[in-house]
Design a protein around this ligand. Structure first.
Ligand code: F6P
Length: 328
């Protein structure tokens, strides 16, 4: 493959996600395979502004496929939102002879990449890495599968104590404005109710459903609440409301928080990251830019960065129906 691209930069930006290291490894090794140099950029766009770069060879990424987090560190850079910040970043890239960049992150990362590409016509390819799975143009984002398994594992443990004490647990999970983690982990962990931003269940229906469960003989219950849920109360207010209306239940809240972003990536995320990392390099060498690589129906596909950011990755509402039936 003969190409004008001789040196590729790679960065991770936004919230870290398990599998980002596997993606970095794939980019570095694909570069080496195609005789292109690879440069790691620390702390996402902030490292671009600061010129915080490191040369990466295949041996520098040994034994990281199994590591959570990102060896390149991550950040949400305020500086890159400014014209001056992006100008500095561009100068640093030119000075370091970097011809193109691979951006691993979520919609904030891709928005930055798109604006940068428009301003400087600098070749950029995005790889979706976020536990939220909220990106259009891919069935799965890197890190989502691992986060799901982490959440299911924790809810299994919460179930042990919930059932021992006959308690009702509200478990808040991440996902920002999307309910993918809540819905899939909720079904996988057998939650009685799942509250997601995509569907406002309403307080009355929630109470009615919990009362029905109680009448049917359930002594404990688990409600999974997505952090972006639109029911109008935060998880603690929700728990108080239910406790006041259902004194027969002792209610507890568990906010899972950032542990959902940690841990060794699942095999699924490692394979996904490897596929997308290789493809990102191949696309750049092929002269493509301003697109994101994703997997749809098990095929690697590309989507314009703008579309990936603006269009909605729709949740599978069928799962809500399944959840309702399962929680009878
Ligand atoms: O986008 C990933 C994510 O973990 C979201 O699920 C969550 O809303 C957010 O990042 C938390 O961000 P921070 O780590 O900056 O608190």
């Amino acid at each position: 493959m003969e190409s004008k691209i001789k040196r590729i930069g790679v960065l991770t930006s936004g919230g870290d996600a398990p599998g980002m290291n596997a993606a970095i490894r794939a980019v570095v090794r694909a570069c080496s395979y195609y005789n292109v140099e690879c440069v790691g950029i620390y702390r996402g766009y902030q490292g671009l502004i600061d010129g915080d770069f490191v040369a990466l060879t295949p041996r520098n990424v040994s034994n990281i496929i199994n590591l959570g987090g990102t060896i390149l560190k991550s950040a949400r850079s305020e500086g890159f939102r400014t014209v001056e910040g992006r100008a500095k970043a561009h100068k640093n890239l030119i000075d370091a002879n970097i011809d193109a960049v691979v951006l691993i992150g979520g919609d904030g990362t891709f928005t930055g990449g798109m604006v940068f590409n428009q301003e400087y016509n600098f070749p950029c390819i995005g790889i979706p890495g976020t536990i939220d799975n909220d990106i259009f143009g891919t069935n799965y984002t890197i890190g989502y599968d691992t986060a799901l398994n982490t959440v299911v594992d924790v809810i299994d443990k919460i179930r042990d104590t919930a059932s021992s004490h006959n308690r009702l647990f509200f478990v808040e999970v991440m996902g920002r404005d999307a309910g993918f983690i809540a819905l899939n982990a909720g079904v996988g962990a057998g939650a009685e109710e799942i509250l997601i931003p995509e569907e406002d269940l309403g307080l009355d229906r929630l109470l009615e459903s919990l009362k029905r469960s109680k009448r049917s003989g359930k002594s404990s219950s688990i409600v999974v609440v997505s952090e972006g849920d639109k029911i109008g109360k935060n998880v603690f207010e929700l728990a108080n409301y239910v406790e006041n209306n259902m004194p027969q239940y002792e209610v507890r809240v568990s906010v899972l928080g950032h542990m959902q972003r940690g841990g060794s990536p699942s095999c699924f995320d490692r394979v996904l990251a490897s596929r997308l990392g290789v493809k990102a390099v191949e696309l750049l060498l092929d002269g493509q830019t301003n697109v994101m690589v994703g997997v749809v129906d098990n095929k690697v596909v590309t989507t314009d960065l703008e579309k990936a950011i603006k269009e909605n990755h729709e949740i599978n509402m069928e799962l809500l129906r399944v959840s309702d039936i399962m929680s009878i």
